[in-house]
Design a protein around this ligand. Structure first.
Ligand SMILES: [Zn+2]
Length: 529
């Protein structure tokens, strides 16, 4: 369940609210029970007996004797909600589902064609790139091959912060674009823009990943992802209806103590998800929780982890408890759908979404990645350094997907924070508090005791008052996490924040051993290294 923020003012308010919640809970369960009868996707063989389709090829990856069937009503419901949201996701999915299975040469040619179109658009309609091409004395059509692309300057987070408005396309009114913030723990959150078309493509790319395990559009997805103010403001009934109609039920890692995990287990039996998608650490904690109580969840076809590094013990507990394969996916808020693991355990680049380069100006070894998003024409990111590192591989995979392979060497890590009363909050919650921050160059939330957080701030240019307000609002939201348990938050402004032993900056850090992986057989040191 996605928990709403604790906003109860008094005990009597709390009692009234509790009664209302109980009533809503009962209504919601009744609704879910009845609706599942209509959707009917709980029927069908166990996941271990399903067959995974190789999209667009007509081929079937046989993993069991009995095929299952697409859920007619679930798919219709999904199509309807997509239309109401103004996104044509299922049509886009149809267009792209076979793309990775085309011959390798064709894939690469198509990718370059899409890159050329993006460069021409950026030169024509985006002030930053128009000035960039002019300063280089070239036109976008002079980029004729991959070596030419490698000569274009790198786009850094600092440039995006400084030139933000110049990076937005000028041929579409700004109010038609959707603002968004980068999450993760690799940088101070960036504000950027995207369109409805981009969001449709992005969802379609995610669906294409999920289809690898035999998932059909319309089957319920259990989505482990941080909540936001819009969701927290919804009534329980509104929330349940929304999740049900979108065929994606959200579980909130920002509120994931033992009580919530027990509730999630109950809810899983009602919503009957076929796949699980989201933060690796939270899904693994949920699997460990089920394991410790000897509970199992049946007919999950696949688990798809993303947003942070997936560790071997996490994979093991998820595969054992959910009895299916775990597919690790690589993406970020700024550039989504970068790569996804296949059934053979190889990480394939989604070449119709992104151009991925190693930064060849750096020493051999795991080099920083440079990403060009082929789908975001609202605010083009061309050769964007997102501060992840890894390798491109020349290896071929035998799974049928002909997209090139990559290996991620260093990825994001976030600690979970354990608070009084057993409340567990995923580290990404704290990064979100800094969305839209003005005049903050760097920060770190460091939990030093169960009821104490140090907030380190590296101030920069910008409105000092806005910065102060942002910090005060963050403190208020942290304290609201545990009503009745005072949390001390100390703010210190410094010139720099020390890097971790691995040389990475960590935006969230907890010394309170607990909520991370130990429950599923690894150590806190492994998790945070
Ligand atoms: Zn493969």
């Amino acid at each position: 369940m996605l928990c709403r923020k604790p906003v109860l003012a008094t005990e009597s308010d709390a009692k009234v609210k509790e009664t209302t919640d109980d009533r809503e809970e009962s209504v919601c369960y009744s609704f879910l029970k009845i609706s599942q009868c209509f959707i009917g996707d709980e029927k069908g063989p166990p996941a271990s007996q399903t067959r995974a389709h190789l999209p667009g090829t007509g081929k079937v990856n046989q993993v069991g004797p009995t095929p299952d069937h697409p859920p007619f009503f679930g798919r219709a419901l999904l199509g309807l909600t997509c239309r109401l949201r103004g996104v044509d996701t299922l049509r886009v999915l149809k267009e792209i589902e076979g793309a990775p299975f085309r011959p390798a040469e064709e894939i690469r040619e198509k990718q370059f064609g899409e890159l050329s179109a993006l460069l021409a658009h950026a030169e024509a309609h985006v002030p930053y790139y128009r000035a960039l091409f002019r300063s280089l004395g070239i036109r976008s059509q002079d980029i004729r091959n991959w070596d030419d692309l490698a000569k274009l300057p790198v786009l850094t987070k600092d440039i995006i912060r400084e030139k933000q408005r110049d990076l937005v396309r000028e041929d579409v009114p700004l109010e038609k674009l959707r603002p968004h913030f980068s999450g993760g723990s690799t940088g101070v959150p960036l504000k950027f823009f995207r369109s409805l078309e981009y969001m449709a493509a992005s969802d379609a790319g995610t669906y294409r990943n999920l289809m690898q395990c035999g998932w059909h559009p319309g089957e319920m997805i259990a989505f482990f992802w941080g909540g936001n103010d819009k969701l927290y403001a919804m009534s329980r009934v509104e929330f349940e209806l929304r999740q049900f109609a979108r065929r994606m039920y959200q579980f909130d890692p920002f509120h994931s103590g033992e009580a919530e995990l027990a509730d999630w287990a109950k809810r899983f039996r009602w919503i009957r998800p076929r796949v699980i998608l989201g933060y690796a650490s939270t899904i693994a904690r949920f699997a460990a929780f089920l394991d410790s109580r000897k509970q199992s969840i049946e007919r999950i076809k696949g688990v798809f982890t993303t947003a942070e590094k997936l560790y071997a013990p996490q994979r093991e507990v998820m595969e054992r408890v959910f009895q299916c394969k775990v597919f690790d996916c690589y993406g970020s808020s700024e550039v989504q759908n970068i790569a996804a693991e296949c059934r053979k355990g190889k990480m394939h680049i989604n070449t119709d979404f992104v151009v991925l380069e190693e930064d060849r100006t750096m020493e051999p070894g795991p080099r920083p990645f440079l990403l060009t998003s082929l789908k975001n024409w609202s605010m083009p990111f061309i050769r964007y350094r997102n501060e992840d590192c890894g390798y491109l591989s020349q290896e071929q995979c035998s799974c049928g997907n002909n997209s090139p392979l990559m290996r991620l060497e260093i990825a994001r890590t976030s600690d979970n924070f354990l608070f009084p009363g057993g409340r567990v909050v995923h580290g990404e919650f704290f990064t979100h508090l800094m969305y839209g921050s003005d005049g903050i160059v760097n920060f770190q939330f460091h939990q030093t005791a169960v009821d104490e957080i140090m907030l380190w701030i590296v101030p920069g240019q910008g409105n000092r008052q806005a910065r102060e307000e942002k910090i005060q609002e963050s403190i208020r939201q942290i304290r609201a996490v545990c009503p009745g348990h005072p949390i001390r938050v100390e703010v210190r402004e410094v010139d720099a924040i020390p890097l971790s032993a691995a040389g990475k900056h960590r935006f969230t850090r907890s010394d309170v051993g607990s909520a991370d992986a130990p429950a599923y057989g690894t150590t806190a040191a492994e998790i945070s290294s």
